[in-house]
Each structure stands twice: as C-alpha cells, then as structure tokens.
Design a protein around this ligand. Structure first.
Ligand SMILES: Nc1ncnc2c1ncn2[C@@H]1O[C@H](COP(=O)(O)OP(=O)(O)OP(=O)(O)O)[C@@H](O)[C@H]1O
Ligand SMILES: [Mg+2]
Length: 453
C-alpha cells in the first residue's frame, strides 16, 4: 500500500520541507509554501522503477570522435524578428519557454507562426481557450494553415501520445501552467506539476526531435511563474515585454543555448496581429515641433542590435521632505547613483527635487552607455535648457564624473549616422573611428556640462 504524506514546497524555488514555513530558507520569499501530497512508493515499486529507468535510458558513454556531428538544421518561424531572438530560427528538438504578462500577445504570436509558415506541421495545444475561440482568433489573424491542428487538452500524457503519433514539427503548449499529470495530486500550475510536465516535455523534445514552444505565465513581479528550475531545464527563455497601454511589444531572449542571449525582436500590436518592426530606432524617437528641455538621445545595444532612443527627464522642486525618484524603463539604483554624482561633483541640488525618468516607447534599457544621455536630460530639465535634438550622447559615467568607454562603439556610431543624426558626443578612444558625422570626444562630465551651458 502506498502511504500518503504531505510536504510543503516553495512556489518560487522548489525548496521542500516537511513543515509549513513563513519564509523560504533557500530564496527568502515570504508566504510561498504550498502543500503537496506525495504518495510514498513502497520499496518494491521503487526497485521496479529503478529497473525500468535503466531499460529506458539505454545510452552509453561515447567518445567525442564517434559522435555524428549532425549540422543543426534550423527552421524559420516565418517571422524574422522572432527568428532573430531565437538565434536564427528554431532548432529541432529544442524546448522554448515564452513568458509574459497577461494579454500581452503570447497566444497571438504562437498562432501567427502558423500564419507565416503555412507549410509547417503544428500541433497547438491549449488549456486556456476552446477550439472555437482558437478558430475565431485564427480568423482574425488571417491564419490559413491546413497543417495546423488545434487540440484542447490539459493531460500531459495525452498530449505526449498525440505528439508522438502526429510528429509535428512544432508543438505549442498554451500554457505550461494549465497542463498536469494525473499521477500527481497537486493542482495544475503548482511547482510539482510544472516541474514534472516540463521534464516530460523536455524528454519528448529530445527523443522525438519535436520543437516545443511553451507559453508561461509571469508573477506580479514580472518573473516567470513556477520554480526557478524551470528556466534551467529549458533551452531558451523568451520574455514578452512592453507597455500594455502602448502598442509596442518586445520579445527578449533571457537565455539561449543555441544563440546569443539578450537579443530583442520588436513588434506592434494591431487588429490583425503583431506586425514586425524592422527599424526600431524610428519608434523610440519623438518628433517635436520645437526643442524641449529634458529630452536627450542615447544609443543602447540590445543584444547585437543598436537602438537609438529618447530619454525624457522631468525635474521639479519637491514638496515633501523626501524627494521622489521614479524611473520607468531604467534601473532605479543607477538613477540614484547618477544623481549622487551630479550632486556631489557639481553641487546640483537634486536632493530638493523630484526626479522622473522615462524611456520613450516603453523599452527597458540596461546599458551603462546611456548614463551620459540620462545625465544630460536631467540637467537640461533642471535648468530648462533644451539640448540639440540631433545630438546623440554615448558614454558611461564613473563615480568621479569621468566618461568611460563603452562596448561596440562603431555599431552605435553607424546607427546614429543611419538615422540622420548631426552630432555625437562620445568618450575618448585611442583608436581612430571611421565616422560619417561630426563627433566630439569628451573625457569628463564637466566638459559635457560646460558645453551645454
Ligand atoms: N479584436 C482585436 N483587435 C485588436 N487587438 C486585439 C483584438 N483582440 C485582441 N487583441 C489584442 O490581443 C491581445 C491579447 O493577446 P493574447 O491573447 O495573445 O495574449 P496572451 O499573452 O496570450 O494573454 P493570456 O496570458 O491572457 O493568455 C490583447 O491585449 C489585445 O491587445
Ligand atoms: Mg493566451
């Protein structure tokens, strides 16, 4: 007889304990423990399971020289912006996780692959929508794909059986939080279920060579819901980002075993689906009738792609004791650091001012090369002095106010030139840079601010 026992599992990291705990000793999260029942296997069944597993995994260690080097034959998703984040298309037998906020367009892009690749055999399993809802969406998006099979099932073993019989080129799971294994007593979406289903899907991908695109929900904090181990298990983690009130959407690769990480693909949400944006720099620059203060242009690298964008700053006298610091699309701590540099080195009274920073178009940047531009926008707003709207600021700002070199400067210069900019302010480089527009090199923040005054 199988004994029934309960255990508590942290929903964030998968840490297990016998008793309920308020905070997780492993990841420090509060109130994350969920109860799970486990059927304790008797020693007899455990022994049997061991034998079975040794039969099923009948691979032996092989010397490297004896392994066939199958050239990975990637296949395109038909959406070039998606191919870009995948590192040049889907790798057969890979497992991709696509996370993102509710309603951001995860199901839409999954269905759109079927639209752009009408020849591709796709099995679309949905646990969130009925077959007729899928049909309606497909009609709205204009999907005409006779090799697309819609399957509304949540039992993982049935999904795997169907996938083995049909052998689709691409299996879409919408979403990993809705599928479950009947053998486990915990709820769909719980740590145990997600971990188990992901392991089974991974096995399916590797054994059958089926590419799996699984959609995943995110938590309130914007992290992928489910245990952290999930991100380690899969080959590629893609994140759908963007301000829901704006129509721009970005897919970013957070991890990729078969390509460069941190690549982004840019889209615009329209009535008939997501439209690719091949020239994102156009998107993130506003057109003003006349120059305004608090706006500066920077050039950020998103993966291998340079993007020109506008930083907007608003500095106003603070009404209360502690001034407000709001940064959207930029690291809050980095903003505090830059403000501290301005206050300490140049005596600018930011501690008595509220500061708001916004990256145009809802993009999130994590590139220190934007430091100089952000500082220029802040000072421009405080002093009500508009900057030249065709000037791009590139450079990392150090703690003593020095301007440091940034990576991939040539690509950034080329992008600024391509976008018709007139002037570039960049750090001093020893090597000679071939440039098509006026370039001014600076070594300190003081120099940049002096030129502005
Ligand atoms: N008729 C429509 N016209 C224009 N846009 C629409 C229309 N219907 C849906 N959309 C857009 O599609 C989005 C929904 O996309 P989708 O269902 O793919 O999101 P999702 O990420 O799968 O969400 P969930 O996590 O809830 O499944 C909506 O937020 C909306 O912007
Ligand atoms: Mg959906």
């Amino acid at each position: 007889m199988a004994k029934i026992k309960t255990k508590y599992v942290c929903s964030a990291c998968g840490y297990e304990t016998a008793k309920w705990l308020g905070s997780c000793p492993s990841c420090g999260k509060w109130g994350s423990f969920e109860e799970e029942t486990v059927k304790k296997k008797s020693s007899k069944t455990l022994h049997k399971a061991k034998i079975n597993s040794s039969v099923s995994t009948a691979t032996k260690p092989v010397p490297l020289k004896d392994i066939d080097e199958k050239q990975e034959q990637r296949f395109s998703s038909g959406i070039s912006e998606l191919d870009r984040v995948l590192g040049g298309g889907f790798v057969p037998g890979s497992f991709i996780l696509l996370g993102g906020d509710p309603g951001i367009g995860k199901s839409t892009i999954a269905l759109q692959i079927a639209k752009s690749r009408p020849d591709l055999q796709i099995l679309y399993t949905s646990g969130e929508e009925s077959a007729s809802q899928i049909k309606q969406r497909a009609l709205r998006l204009g999907v005409k794909n006779d090799s697309l099979l819609a399957y509304t099932e949540t039992d993982i073993s049935k999904i795997i059986d169907q996938a083995i019989t049909i052998k689709p080129k691409l299996l879409i799971i919408d979403s990993i939080q809705t599928i479950f294994r009947t053998e486990l007593s915990s709820m769909p979406g719980s740590v145990a279920q997600i971990r188990e289903c992901a392991a089974l899907l991974m096995q399916l991908a590797k054994n059958e060579g089926i590419t799996i695109l699984s959609i995943g929900h995110v938590t309130k904090e914007g992290e992928l819901a489910g245990p952290r181990v999930l991100e380690h298990m899969v080959d590629t983690v893609l994140q759908f980002e963007g301000d829901k009130n704006l129509n721009y959407r970005m897919i970013r690769s957070l991890k990729n075993r078969f390509g460069a990480a941190h690549e982004i693909g840019v889209f615009e949400m329209q009535e008939n689906g997501l439209r690719e944006i091949t020239n994102p720099s156009e998107l993130f620059i506003s057109e003003y009738a006349q120059p305004v203060s608090g706006s500066a242009l920077v050039c950020t690298m998103e993966g291998s792609r340079p993007i020109l964008l506008e930083v907007q700053a608003l500095v106003t006298p603070a009404n209360y004791g502690t001034p407000q610091r709001t940064a959207s699309g930029f690291d809050h701590k980095r903003l505090s650091l830059l403000l501290a540099v301005l206050e300490k080195r140049f005596g600018m009274p930011f501690s008595s001012h509220d500061v708001f920073i916004n990256m145009a178009g809802g993009i999130r940047v994590n590139d220190t090369a934007c430091d100089l531009g952000i500082i220029m926008a802040l000072v421009s707003s405080m002093q009500e002095k508009p900057l030249n709207e065709k000037t791009v600021y590139i450079g990392e700002v150090g703690l003593s106010g020095e301007i440091r070199k940034v990576s991939r400067i040539q690509q950034r210069l080329d992008e600024a030139a391509r976008m018709g900019m007139k002037e570039l302010i960049i750090p001093k480089y020893t090597e000679k840079l071939p440039v098509k527009i006026a370039v001014k090199t600076i070594q300190s923040l003081e120099q940049a601010l002096r030129d502005m005054m």
